[in-house]
Ligand binder design. Structure first.
Ligand code: BGC
Length: 387
């Protein structure tokens, strides 16, 4: 008889995640594409064309034992001009969701994942006064149109990553370096989430609405100052946004990628191709930190840029192990989604960073499954790790 090292609760969701701009292709009416044309970031022109091949891609995901799939909706396709909604774009996403469901996978939809329609970015994006109303009108249209096919939506992906990269570090459109604007954006995103949550819930009380946070594990030495700083950073980066939205989410999606050292931490971590410190145990601490909110938690992204595929399989297994530890210690974790199903457009890094379980040929678009994907398949099919 096989023995489990970690057995997950029945009905646990195993899947992978993508976002529209990073995988679909043919998205031109948005800030990221324009920034590519202006050569401020790599041009998004040689991706996996998931808008054409989504059925094949979901065939692969299902064959890899996955029972859920996280995607996002491209705002610039749904609302190409302010207030004008495109029903054919909605129809496309209806087909995408049906394709997921036909393969017996549970869909998770992120309403907005970083790319802004050109008209909205020209108005100042989330810094504009009307942003919460504008976002809510779009979010409502999406859920009204797709809510019969999907029961789990999240409003906004990684609000603090967006606010800091776009308005503080200035490395993403609109390339602004202004702490005041970053703070304003952060607050406007919280207001946008809350308003969207309230409005959607009026008509769709059965639908679960969450938010997706990118949390960091701050590892520290024993010095008082370092510990205090790490506590402050955990509050500021990991929890402040959630606190602002308290009472207005049904679950939390958490994305975890790395640990940051505070003070003199001698431990040496393996690094991904992004140069990020890999520390699977950090996910456990991140999940424990979220237990105070008393809502279900989904690991909506964990992943590694690893072109050689030399570390991915072990890293996934370690992440699964620590997720299970968090469940054993009382955290209500309901799902685990690897970032990403496909190699994709890694924002300001373009196509050079390979996060995918599956790679593709730039010319033929043919998919190839990386060996590590089979390790993850075993875990998905066994609903945990078998010794
Ligand atoms: C984002 C993804 C991104 C991934 C890896 C997350 O911050 O949601 O869009 O590709 O991390 O950097």
């Amino acid at each position: 008889m096989q023995e489990y090292k970690s057995k997950f609760p029945n009905g646990f969701l195993w899947g992978s995640a993508t976002s529209s701009f990073q995988v679909e292709g043919d998205i031109k009416n948005c800030d990221w594409y324009e920034a590519g044309l202006a050569k401020r970031v790599p041009l998004a022109d040689s991706g996996p064309d998931h808008h054409i091949y989504y059925e094949k891609d979901f065939d692969i995901a299902a064959a890899l034992g996955q029972n859920s799939q996280r995607i996002s909706i491209e705002w610039s396709k749904i609302e190409p001009q302010e207030g004008q909604f495109d029903n054919s774009a909605l129809e496309h996403y209806r087909k995408v969701l049906m394709a997921i469901r036909q393969r017996k996978m549970e869909p998770f939809v992120t309403i907005w994942h970083f790319s802004l329609p050109s008209w909205f970015s020209q108005k100042g994006g989330f810094t504009s006064k009307d942003a919460p109303k504008i976002f809510t009108r779009y979010a409502k249209f999406v859920v009204d149109g797709l809510g019969d096919l999907c029961k789990n939506f999240s409003t906004i992906n990684e609000p603090e990553v967006y606010a800091s990269n776009s308005y503080y570090r200035g490395v993403w459109p609109p390339f602004t370096v202004n702490a005041f604007k970053a703070w304003k954006t952060f607050n406007q995103l919280a207001k946008s989430h809350i308003l969207a949550y309230k409005e959607i819930k009026k008509d769709h009380s059965e639908i679960k609405i969450g938010l997706v946070k990118d949390n960091i594990y701050f590892i520290t030495d024993k010095v008082f100052l370092s510990k205090t700083l790490s506590k402050f950073l955990s509050w500021f980066w990991n929890r402040l946004f959630i606190n602002k939205c308290k009472g207005f989410f049904d679950n939390i999606g958490v994305n975890y990628y790395f640990t940051k050292k505070i003070g003199i931490v001698r431990k040496v971590f393996p690094q991904s191709d992004m140069g990020w410190n890999l520390f699977a145990e950090g996910l456990y601490h991140i999940l424990m930190e979220l237990s105070v909110y008393n809502v279900p938690v989904y690991v909506t992204e964990v992943g590694i840029a690893d072109e050689k595929d030399s570390y991915r399989a072990q890293y996934i297994e370690d992440l699964v192990y620590w997720t299970h530890k968090a469940i054993e210690n009382g955290v209500d974790v309901r799902g685990f989604m690897y970032w990403s199903l496909l190699d994709n457009y890694e924002w300001a890094y373009g196509y050079e960073k390979k996060f995918g379980l599956v790679s593709y040929d730039v010319k033929t678009k043919e998919r190839s499954i990386r060996p590590s994907a089979y390790k993850y398949k075993e875990i998905c099919e066994n609903n945990g790790i078998i010794k």
